[in-house]
Design a protein around this ligand. Sequence first.
Ligand code: WTA
Length: 709
Amino acid sequence: MSAEQEPQVSEVQTSEAQIAVHWREEEYYQPPAAFVAQANAGDPDIFERFAEDHFPECFTEYADLLHWDTGWHTTLDTSNPPFWKWFVGGRLNACYNCVDRHLATSRNKAALIWVPEPEAEATQAVTYQELYRRVNEFAAVLRDFGGLQVGDRVTFHLPMVPELPVAMLACARLGVIHSEVFGGFSGAACGDRLADSGSRILVTMDGYYRNGELVDHKAKADEALQRAASLGQQVDKVLVWRRHPGRYASKLPMVDGRDFFVDDLLPDNRGRLVEPVSMPAEAPLFLMYTSGTTGRPKGCQHSTGGYLAYVAGTSKYYQDIHPEDTYWCAADIGWITGHSYIVYGPLALGTTSVMYEGVPTYPDPGRPWRIAERLGVTIFHTAPTTIRMLRKLGPDEPAKYHYRFKHMTTVGEPIEPEVWRWYHDVVGKNEAVIVDTWWQTENGGFLGSTLPALQPMKPGSCGPGVLGVYPVIYDENGERVPAGSGRAGNICIRNPWPGIFQTVWGQPDRFVQIYYEKYNRNKGSTDWRDWPYFAGDGAVQAADGYFRILGRVDDVINVAGHRLGTKELESASLTVEEIAEAAAVPVMDEVRGRAVEMYVALKPGLTPSEDIARKVTAAIEHEIGKIARPANVWIVPDMPKTRSGKIMRRVIAGISNFTDVGDVSTLANPEIVDDIRHRVQAEKLARGQIPRELTSQEAEEIKAFGHSE
Ligand code: WTA
């Protein structure tokens, strides 16, 4: 079947994503000449090398950036769709590629520069030699003390400290699959992931600095283990790094025979070397959990060869990393961005990657620019939520510091054109090129972006598909939505690429169902053209081929670049004794993009109280973490429901955002809508939560909310 044929989707649905989207076409910005002159991808010939008729062989250009112990015989194996296999027959070790192979030329170059949050504490440069030592010693601990073997899983609950990349690379060295849980997630959330991945070992830290405070992080470990045990997963050992070696920062006692300080174990392993295990290209390298439509988080399983090749290639061409750059991605390694573009991509290329422990605005919004100035950062990478915050709190700060960026990235959410322009003019001082990179935890690396020296920037649009990736927009009927039509639809990727995740850990059926079933043309086909990847984002494509990403089409709320599933928020609320029903909706938020509002109904006979609302907030923080803290919890007498009993999230989302709630006449209880609207909106106005007017695009998002159920 040719790539041009349209998929057959039998079930016809009406789609709110089909609506016309109107916005002002933004002007192009050209990359500065100084950037173009030095760019890794400066020759337009590259488009030809990655043209569709060279797929999949074009990706050998990425794989060739790595050292392979054994070459591959098949670039792309599609025999068991959609479980694609890349570089089959090839063997390599990811740690060797990120560390060992750089020793010959760059032994004493900084691999990582770690900036602690307290400004008085010295910056730590970890050279490639030092990283090699530390990784080997910790690999020896994991193997000989932890008893870990090839294919075992180990969970980390680590903050932004160099011990995190050390632990990741140590696992990679052993062929052990790491699963890092974002440090800001709660103990319970960590426990769920420990259990799902079947980890017998948890690696954590006693404390870390955040907003000037030494947070007691070890306290979460007990909770995590309890939760894991309740789910049937026994954890044997907890390895605890100390933020200040020798000085325990947690109030919770160490558990005898279970908890061990890593700094106590390391002296016995001083100088030990562990041979990197040569792994098949398709062996899993790590799991990264993410939220989706249902409650249970999905462990996205990433491969060794395809993933590493993809992040190395995109780091080279899209991040324009040269070995002599000082590259700072201010994401957290607890998210996919940090895995791909703080650790694996930059280190595979042998560059210097900066890590910062704390909050960007601590102790003041000049902090990032002081770090950039002091370290001579040339490439800067962050998310719109951080840009908005820095713009709000310190709009004139960048001008006070003498750093010079050649390249900047934005990732994780749509960026408003005016925020983009501040980033470009003020942070980038009109000298830096910007890439707006669209992708997802599932994808390993970028999917949509401009190639910085060769394609002009357009504020608010990520750009076209990246090299070797062919996006397309389909409507609900599987019809292609043409570029320039002004219509939105579901963005899909027509072809596999090496960074695509291999499966949802332990749930292969969900993997197929969530990402491939919707637009699959023929289940029996082993032709990749029949298996478009469904990304779950709405998008519009302009006539020039650039995509503007509108946000999730499933019930995921993107808060400050973090994906929160409505079901997760709702089931956390339902752990509160008094709650009978719960619904989570997004509200527009100036800094975080979206924030969460919870609507809850109480069990019969109970009286609403502040105390119950507080319990809901506490339950969400306990089950997920502080990042999920709702902006408001509204206790309502009943939820607006359809006759079949389904909660109409779009109606309450409309109330929360002061937008039109649409037709409510078919509800089982239409009278409740005015009642809730009156209470909630009066209270919001009283609290000074005056809504700003939504753009037509945002209003459509609210109207479509809950649609995927
Ligand atoms: C959104 C983060 C607009 C999108 C790498 C996607 C974006 C979700 C962009 C994935 C962007 C990510 N422009 N929206 N440049 N990048 N998104 O899994 O909705 O944490 O589906 O991966 O973030 O979030 P995730």
